[in-house]
Design a binder for this molecule. Structure first.
Ligand SMILES: [Ca+2]
Ligand SMILES: [Ca+2]
Length: 284
């Protein structure tokens, strides 16, 4: 038993080692961080603003990191407007020499095409064998369509100083390729070795908790608002099933706040009417 326990403890420690610490990449161009923690990257070449022609989210790597030392390169993104084009979105591996290695993010069959309005996940592009996933043409002409293995062999053959990676970015810059001159990509995860950005998942509301708050706003009104049987005794259960549906639809807070407001308003109106009736009685 003691031995089993120490094994479990060791496993527990192992799982902690290698866990990347959450941090935010540096945003530039038209990139913005939303209240939901998701980064929006736009390329708008159709307006008068130059600052939003391209967008990047960039992780600076620990000094001296080499291309061969990149063990994890993952991304979760969603192209909402109007598609993938001209190598955008892409991951750029910035070498300290000033040259770039590009990693394209589309489908295996065509690394430049991707579906619209759905989250696309690449847990790790290091080792990816799709032909054309990597582009090392800035390092050596004629290698625009290549693989990770070939990119690694090429860069490992360079002088040591030219194997250093200074930063890694996700880039969006192909607005010009679309009719409306605008491209939008959402980013909710970017991981490069120990550097990790993840948008926080919104906390799910508890339907029963919301119903208790509504009930407190006006117990009698709550009964008549939700109750469907003879003595309205099923009001709480009806509320919980209504709010559970709202939570699933992502509309729970809206429905909850509207219901509380309406319950309070009805309660106040009732109290006012009762006071008026009382006053009339007294006046007689
Ligand atoms: Ca612009
Ligand atoms: Ca557009």
């Amino acid at each position: 038993m003691k031995r089993l326990l120490s094994v479990l403890v060791a496993v527990g420690f192992l799982s902690v080692v290698g866990t990347a610490a959450a941090q935010s990449p540096t945003l530039s161009g038209g990139a913005t961080l939303g209240p939901d923690g998701v980064i929006t990257l736009v390329s708008n070449t159709g307006d008068a603003v130059a600052g939003n022609d391209s967008s990047s989210a960039t992780f600076t790597l620990p000094a001296g990191t080499t291309f061969a030392q990149l063990a994890t390169l993952g991304v979760e993104f969603n192209v909402t407007d109007d598609g993938c084009a001209a190598g955008s979105p892409r991951i750029t591996i910035h070498l300290a020499s000033g040259k770039n290695v590009f990693v394209y993010l589309g489908a295996a069959a065509d690394v430049n095409s991707c579906p619209l309005n759905q989250w696309i996940s690449w847990p790790n592009l290091i080792g990816n064998a799709d032909n054309g996933r990597y582009d090392t043409s800035q390092v050596q002409a004629g290698t625009q369509v290549t693989t990770y293995a070939a990119a690694l062999a090429l860069i490992n053959g360079l002088p040591a100083g030219e194997q250093i990676v200074s930063s890694v970015s996700l880039d969006v810059d192909a607005g010009y390729a679309f009719d409306d001159k605008e491209q939008t990509v959402l980013l909710r995860k970017l991981v490069v070795n120990g550097l990790l950005f993840t948008a926080k998942k919104p906390k799910k509301q508890n339907p029963a908790q919301l119903c208790r708050a509504q009930q407190q706003a006006d117990p009698a009104g709550f009964k008549s608002h939700y109750g469907t049987n003879k003595n309205k005794a099923n009001a709480f259960g009806k509320c919980v099933s209504r709010m559970a549906k709202a939570v699933e639809a992502g509309a729970a807070m809206k429905v909850h706040q509207q219901t509380v407001k309406s319950l309070k308003a009805k309660k106040a109106a009732k109290a006012k009417a009762a006071a008026k009736a009382k006053g009339k009685k007294k006046g007689r």
